[in-house]
Design a binder for this molecule. Structure first.
Ligand SMILES: *Cc1c(COP(=O)(O)O)cnc(C)c1O
Length: 345
């Protein structure tokens, strides 16, 4: 039992994956489940998407792959995006997932431990992680059993000329790297059209309800809801202040409540004084600063609420992002470990 819960809608998660798979045209959609499934729980997410037919999963670290390896169906594959850093040879062999080889050193390490099926990441202009196009010469990849040759889009959530440039560079890479399958698009990239789909797409944020392009708003369903319990209710008088720094002063007598939710749980401190909760459709405004573990709300619209009652958080990702300056990715991955994560469907 906890006093905060994350309500997760398995039906919406699966519906989002199906929509993204359909939007990927003749390509299949995989799933990025790194960072503990963007905060929702990688095991619970992966299990549901496997049942829905998803067969390609992406994590960042080997320890994340270790947690998921046993779930994989015989025809499902798990890729480790960070590849094979020095010292990871043992865990890589033990887990048996595919490394996504990103550097000349990673390629050499993979060959040195006997190789096998792997993926490669080619940088096409993001200059983050991945082999440079110039690295590909001299037989670097010759003889490697490459399943996915992929690249990653830097600006797919914007109508940027960089998208076309990266696609053109990737199409040139495809003529030089012999792989079973090719993959470029993340969630936003799927919306850029058929030229970006190749064999496999790699959505992450949109699976979890993130709307990173306006044209996704009617397609993607929210997956997560947050609820918190009222720990205390009190009456304050005109002139009383609330919370750290006394940033809220009551203009008149008020009934207020204190909720078991704070910035350590991922409820952004930037929502101090502007966040909103609801109880049966009635709005409860955040009063004063959000603390680490607590936040106070105005109960004026819901005077019947008392200690132990639950209220819902307005956690619309686009709205939160606009209010706080956080990205939707941060809003999700900041969600802490103190929630009871309870799945419906
Ligand atoms: C995280 C990640 C994805 C998923 O991106 P979204 O924007 O969440 O859809 C796809 N590919 C790579 C290489 C990633 O790192």
């Amino acid at each position: 039992m906890t006093t905060i819960r994350l309500l997760l809608d398995g039906g919406a998660l699966v519906a989002n994956w199906r929509s993204l798979d359909r939007l990927s045209g003749s390509a299949r959609a995989g799933a990025a489940v790194k960072a503990d499934g963007y905060g929702f729980g990688a095991v619970d997410v992966t299990r549901r998407l496997l049942n829905a037919g998803c067969r390609n999963f992406f994590v960042a670290h080997w320890h994340e792959a270790e947690q998921l390896a046993a779930l994989m169906a015989d025809d499902a594959a798990l890729s480790v995006l960070h590849g094979l850093a020095p010292g990871e040879e043992t865990i890589a062999r033990a887990v048996g997932a595919k490394p996504v080889l990103n550097t000349i050193g990673q390629v050499a390490r993979w060959r040195a431990i006997g190789g096998g099926l792997c993926d490669v990441m080619i940088d096409t202009g993001m200059n983050r992680l991945g082999l440079a196009e110039a690295d590909i010469c001299d037989g670097l990849l010759e003889g490697l059993a490459i399943d996915l040759c992929m690249s990653h889009l830097a600006s797919a959530d914007e109508d940027s000329g960089q998208n076309d440039q990266q696609r053109a560079r990737f199409d040139a890479v495809r003529t030089r790297v012999s792989a079973r399958r090719y993959s470029l698009a993340n969630s936003a990239g799927i919306m850029l059209g058929a030229g970006y789909h190749h064999d496999l797409t790699r959505p992450g944020i949109a699976l979890y309800g993130g709307v990173v392009r306006p044209d996704m708003a009617d397609i993607i369903q929210p997956v997560a809801g947050i609820e918190a319990q009222l720990l205390q209710v009190r009456q304050i008088e005109a002139g009383d202040t609330v919370g750290y720094g006394a940033t809220f002063t009551a203009p008149q007598a008020m009934r207020i409540g204190c909720l078991s939710l704070g910035y350590a749980d991922g409820y952004p401190r930037a929502l101090s004084g502007i966040g909103r909760f609801t109880a049966g459709g009635r709005g409860l405004d955040v009063l004063g600063r959000v603390s680490m573990d607590l936040v106070c709300v105005d109960l004026g619209a819901a005077l019947d609420l008392s200690e132990g009652d639950w209220v819902a958080c307005d956690f619309d990702l686009r709205h939160i992002a606009a209010q706080t300056g956080l990205s939707q990715y941060e809003a999700l991955t900041n969600l802490g470990q103190r929630f009871e994560r309870s799945w419906r469907g």
